[in-house]
Design a protein around this ligand. Structure first.
Ligand SMILES: [Fe+2]
Length: 304
């Protein structure tokens, strides 16, 4: 090979894991946490991600508080989490009827099983290699979630704090993703509310549909969704199995500053967004950090 020949992205990004970027890795490194981009993954045929295997995962997740969620009903893009009822049947039965149930089943923290942790490790090596040393140092706590969803089912408009890859295993879906830094879509107040009050703070707006990028995911495709990038999903005609492989992202104590701003705004003030004033950011971060430590100490003292 000539030394001037471009390095193939598949070789550059985690050759042992089978993950690769579609665009050159340098392009994706510059885009990570700034805009969505596509990747390829090796998990579509993996025996740990068949519907049968995931039924067992769901049964195990049901025994851990908060690690299994299901709902069934017709949702629109503008709905919020929890706006359709939980199904009145056991999860294995719901999965059996997934073709017609209009259901959305999510199982969290699959990595508690070492077999899934090994798969997650492969993803994490890839994600850190794409991120590069600087961004990688701000990523932590990789997590694996699986979504088993009915044909045509929608996932409403929302945004997340985590850096995410949506990984399509079975079936197809369309995903729309917005620029995470477009504050006319993901507004400062929504981000403040996300960290201060509810993870359902993202509110649909017509402009999001005008500016979002649309991606079609089929088995073998993965899509990077940056933190705070509003997104929504529409399944194709078949059952869909999708993973969310995400990592926590810390930058300038972002969550603490938004938490402080949420409460300052409730007091009638107009707080500055993170990044506008170093001194204000440090003060807010220190205050919230101190409050957290004090709260933890009080809990320990009270034996809770
Ligand atoms: Fe999401």
């Amino acid at each position: 090979m000539s030394l001037t020949q471009p390095i193939d992205a598949a070789d550059a990004a985690s050759p042992q894991t089978g993950w690769r970027t579609v665009e050159p890795i340098e392009v994706c490194r510059a885009a990570m946490q700034r805009r969505p981009f596509l990747a390829k993954h090796p998990l579509a045929e993996h025996p740990l991600f068949t519907v049968e295997a995931l039924t067992r995962v769901a049964e195990a997740a049901a025994k851990r508080p908060g690690d299994l969620w299901a709902d069934a009903g017709d949702l629109s893009l503008t709905d919020k989490w929890g706006s359709v009822p939980e199904p009145d049947m056991p999860i294995p039965q719901l999965i059996d009827r997934i073709e017609t149930a209009g259901a959305w089943i999510v199982m969290k923290h699959m990595e508690v099983d070492p077999r899934y942790q090994e798969v997650l490790d492969g993803y994490e090596r890839f994600a850190r290699e794409v991120a590069g040393p600087e961004l990688s140092s701000r990523l932590s706590s990789a997590e694996m979630l699986a979504f088993v969803t009915s044909p045509r089912r929608k996932t409403p408009y929302h945004f997340d704090a985590e850096m995410n890859f949506i990984v399509q295993i079975h079936g197809g879906k369309d995903v729309w993703v917005c620029d995470p830094n477009d504050r006319s879509v993901t507004t400062e107040r929504e981000i403040e509310e996300y960290y201060g009050k509810t993870i359902s703070a993202g509110t649909y707006k017509k402009r999001a549909e005008e500016v979002a990028q649309k991606f079609t995911l089929l088995p073998g495709d993965a899509l990077h969704v940056p933190s705070h990038g509003a997104h929504w999903v529409q399944n194709h005609d078949g059952i869909s199995v999708t993973l969310s492989l995400n990592m926590e992202y810390s930058h300038w104590r972002c969550a603490d500053i938004y938490f402080a701003n949420y409460h300052l705004r409730r007091l009638g003030l107009s707080p500055r967004a993170p990044g506008r004033s170093w001194a204000a950011d440090v003060a807010k971060g220190a205050t919230v950090g101190t409050m957290r430590v004090a709260k933890q100490a009080a809990k320990r003292a009270l034996g809770r």
